[in-house]
Design a protein around this ligand. Structure first.
Ligand code: SAH
Ligand code: SF4
Ligand code: F3S
Length: 461
């Protein structure tokens, strides 16, 4: 059935803008996987006759694809729902839908107050056209069933990024790691891997349409495992998948995210080293440098193990960029635990980091088991300290690049100066440079002249 669909499905890369079609407006919050899901949603709705609009005032259907990872992410969305209400007051018949992780977490609760007409969880997107059809003013629709199989493998996402150069490809969904602070296993369900052939086909399709970089996405890409229906010898793990995608073309760059420190294998590291077009960058979220915190977080590795993994990566690829995520102020975090995080960050010298204050999520193991007892002002002070530290580490890391040459893929024009381009080095550093005669999608060689903590300033060579 799916194979048949695949053969008849036209390539679906660009948004349809036909003015005679009903219009859908999509706002996306949260992680890259959610960005990619919005592209899947658009593909499904386009096939059902809708066209995308970027003007909320023109929309027949307004969708917010939402995130629940921290309380402030949800608060922002509640604010937006109030604004959507204004659209409903101005125009009769406008449909407001909440989809994604917050839809899955809050379910019927989102229907209280009668603003929202539609609630759909991350595994329910195929049912969106039917749900929308069945909505009437006093009949909101909801589908928050999670699936063990759904990977949307046969759906070719409509690219909304519009740089036309780099695209996300989801290779798996859900997560089986129950980190005690994290809501994702509850909002996205169990882990499942997508058919590797469909992933390679999507990469080929993107390359043929001018894309030059794909980022393979999963909450824990290193646990990707496609189980062959007939023979375990034909199973495909993440290192093998990485190689299959790298072989699409030497001119297609491959990135991936996120690597769970416990699961990234030597095979993955060696595969990266073997292919020039697999970018030298690993996002390796550590969360904390304290073994007490890591254990309470249920991260399944400790500080020593993490540092050893970083050592292994650098011994095989000395030029590999390493970035991380850090949580400040987790339950019971002492000043010494915090100092352990600071010293680990110094010891690794991360190239960049996303840093957050712990936010208790209802229903998680931490919420049930540990009091959220670090006072807010202490969380803020610790977060500020690690942000300041990371700024220094990022500047140090960028300063090491001055005078070096890099191959950069041009992704677009610089926001500050239209005469200049931006792109990234293989090790994921943002570069700005002038390159007359070139265009997004071209590879260029540059030399780094100077830097800030966020950007390399370079010249074409
Ligand atoms: N699967 C990825 C993380 C996805 S969530 C991994 O395991 O590395 C992205 C980041 O959000 C996490 O790495 C963590 O740093 C942060 N995060 C998750 N839950 C959080 C919470 N309850 N409070 C604060 N930050 C949180
Ligand atoms: Fe959340 Fe942990 Fe899964 Fe990452 S690995 S999504 S932090 S449960
Ligand atoms: Fe947020 Fe869901 Fe992603 S909670 S971070 S959108 S998986």
């Amino acid at each position: 059935m799916q194979d048949k669909q695949r053969k008849t499905r036209k390539m679906n890369i660009k948004p349809i803008t036909d003015p005679s079609r009903p219009k859908v407006y999509i706002e996306t919050y949260g992680c890259q996987m959610n960005m990619n899901d919005s592209e899947v949603i658009l593909s499904i709705l386009q096939d059902a006759g809708y066209a995308l609009t970027e003007d909320i005032g023109q929309a027949d259907v307004i969708l917010a694809n939402t995130c629940s990872i921290r309380d402030n992410a949800e608060q922002r969305i509640w604010g937006r729902i109030d604004q959507f209400r204004l659209q409903k007051r101005r125009r009769d018949g406008v449909i407001i839908g909440i989809v994604g992780c917050m839809a899955e977490r809050l379910k019927e609760k989102l229907l209280d107050g009668h603003t929202v007409d539609l609630v759909a969880g991350p595994d329910a997107y195929r049912s969106l056209p039917d749900l929308i059809r069945q909505i009437s003013p006093d009949k909101p629709q909801i589908n928050v069933l999670l699936s063990h199989e759904e990977t949307y493998a046969d759906i070719s996402p409509v690219r909304m990024d519009r740089n036309g150069v780099s695209a996300y490809i989801s290779i798996m969904r859900g997560c089986n790691n129950v980190c005690s602070y994290c809501v994702v296993p509850y909002t996205r369900g169990a882990e499942r891997s997508r058919d590797p052939q469909s992933i390679v086909r999507e990469a080929v399709e993107l390359f043929e349409n001018g894309y030059r970089e794909v980022c393979l996405l999963g909450q824990n890409v290193d646990s990707y495992l496609w189980k062959h229906p007939d023979s375990a010898d034909k199973n495909v793990n993440f290192a093998q998948l990485l190689e299959m995608v790298a072989k699409v073309s030497p001119d297609l760059r491959v990135r991936f995210s996120t690597s769970y420190p416990k699961d990234i294998s030597d095979e993955v590291i060696y595969t990266m080293a073997m292919y020039e077009n697999i970018c030298r960058h690993i996002h390796l979220p550590v969360q904390s440098g304290s073994n007490t915190m890591l254990e309470k977080m249920r991260r399944k590795y400790n500080r020593e193990w993490y540092l050893e993994k970083v050592g292994k990566i650098r011994s095989v690829m000395p030029d590999c960029g390493i970035s991380t995520d850090v949580i400040a102020g987790f339950c019971g975090e002492t000043e010494q635990d915090h100092k352990d995080t600071v010293s680990l960050m110094e010891a690794v010298g991360f190239d960049s980091a996303f840093m957050f204050q712990y936010s208790e999520r209802p229903g998680t193991l931490a919420a049930r088991k540990y009091p959220d007892d670090v006072p807010p002002e202490v969380k803020t002070a610790r977060l500020n300290e690690i942000i300041a530290l990371q700024n220094r580490l990022s500047l140090e890391s960028n300063t090491k690049e001055v005078g070096k040459r890099h191959k950069v893929l041009i992704e677009g024009t610089s926001k500050r100066n239209e005469e200049e381009f931006t792109g990234r080095t293989s090790n994921n550093k943002v570069c700005v440079f002038a390159a007359p005669g070139h265009k997004p999608g071209d590879y260029v060689e540059v030399e780094v002249l100077s830097c800030t903590s966020a950007t390399l300033i370079a010249k074409l060579i």
